[in-house]
Design a protein around this ligand. Structure first.
Ligand SMILES: Cc1cc2ncn([C@H]3O[C@H](COP(=O)(O)O)[C@@H](O)[C@H]3O)c2cc1C
Ligand SMILES: O=C(O)c1cccnc1
Length: 351
């Protein structure tokens, strides 16, 4: 295999169509409702018009990629669940029994699972793209999570998902993750990128109690001190990230380079989104935000991203589930934008 490079992440992103966003805004002002009365639904339709490059956007073809990988930092006892769950959930995704399996079916969305490496390997499975990097990252509380070539492979695996989605004619890309311990990796990444204290961002993840959360924060603090020489978003991603986090970063950047809008899921996906934006600021323009997760620290990440998510349903699952739940709202926003009559068409008096 040729040595994977990461130069591609610096290639330019596409520029959203400001003219079509403006035309969509103009149309919204003419629809039979007080201007602005559909709030965030109006804003979403206008943004999607600019991103899809059409006056009337639609979301018939939604693509969901779930990236699965294990984390060496799980050895520090920072999850409420055993590491074997990651590989077991890959099998559950393939059999259609996971939350995201059900949501994707209900939405009529394409769902691909990308298996980057798990300690418990379920082997080849239908509907699972195998992009094996290693059974897990190294424990980043004690060393660097990834080698440079592992980071490059993970970024590439994510970019390949964006390429497949684009090739299939997707109108929206959603990235999800599965990996026991990955709220610790996401917390470490968020702390590094935001200069935040671990206690401010460390949360319960799959259900840690107070002492578990304190252990998680201490593990993150240890990792930040160990890797203090990291001096770029890529260096942090390699030293304290995870394969699925890096794949999400690669997917977000590649989607923006292709002009494919993305809908960001919860805490973990948002940590990856922030890393992607720090690496390639122009990819922010292609991101929509679905929900505010229960995970402590998500609000701070959203604020740093300047993001106003559509929903707050106290979700704390990941797998792209929160983003999937927001798709019907975005579809309704598009339907209202395309289907409502204008004041002139309906013979209704304007203000
Ligand atoms: C059965 C099960 C299914 C999941 N699906 C997503 N996650 C979520 O929980 C994990 C992160 O939490 P922590 O950092 O506390 O381990 C990730 O796999 C995330 O996607 C799950 C967790 C479990 C147990
Ligand atoms: O918001 C998330 O992404 C999340 C929160 C807790 C556990 N897994 C994922």
């Amino acid at each position: 295999m040729s040595v994977a490079t990461i130069d591609w992440v610096h290639a330019p992103c596409r520029t959203p169509r400001a003219d079509l966003a403006a035309a969509a805004r103009e149309r919204q002002a003419q629809l039979t409702k007080p201007p602005g009365s559909l709030g965030a639904l109006e804003a979403a339709a206008v943004r999607l018009a600019g991103l899809q490059g059409v006056l009337k956007p639609s979301l018939e073809r939604v693509w969901i990629s779930v990236f699965a990988a294990d984390h060496g930092v799980a050895a520090e006892g920072i999850s409420a669940f055993p590491q074997a769950v990651t590989g077991e959930m890959v099998r559950n995704f393939a059999r259609g029994g996971a939350a995201i399996s059900v949501l994707a079916r209900e939405l009529g969305a394409s769902l691909e699972v990308v298996h980057l490496g798990t300690v418990n390997d379920p082997g080849e499975l239908p509907g699972v793209r195998r992009e094996w990097i290693a059974a897990q990252t190294a424990n980043f509380a004690r060393g660097e999570a990834m080698t440079p070539s592992q980071l490059a492979l993970a970024l590439r695996a994510g970019a390949e998902s964006a390429r497949c989605a684009d090739g299939a004619g997707a109108q929206l890309f959603i990235g999800g993750e599965m990996g026991i311990g990955n709220t610790t990796a996401a917390t470490a990444l968020a702390c590094a990128l935001l200069g935040a204290a671990p206690e401010a961002l460390a949360g319960a993840g799959t259900g840690l109690d107070g002492s578990g959360i304190a252990r998680k924060a201490a593990t993150v603090a240890q990792a930040l001190a160990l890797h203090g020489a990291a001096d770029s978003p890529l260096a942090w991603l390699r030293c304290i990230g995870g394969f699925e986090l890096a794949a999400l970063v690669g997917a977000y950047i590649a989607a923006a380079q292709r002009g494919l809008p993305v809908l960001v899921d919860g805490f973990i996906a948002s940590a990856a989104a922030l890393a992607a934006v720090r690496l390639q600021p122009d990819c922010r323009a292609w991101m929509l935000f679905s929900h505010r997760s229960q995970e402590q620290g998500h609000a701070r990440l959203l604020e740093a991203l300047g993001a106003e998510p559509l929903l707050d349903l106290q979700l704390r699952l990941g797998e792209a589930s929160g983003a999937a739940v927001a798709v019907p709202l975005l579809r309704l926003a598009c339907a209202l934008h395309a289907g409502m009559a204008t004041f002139a068409e309906a013979g209704v008096s304007a203000a």
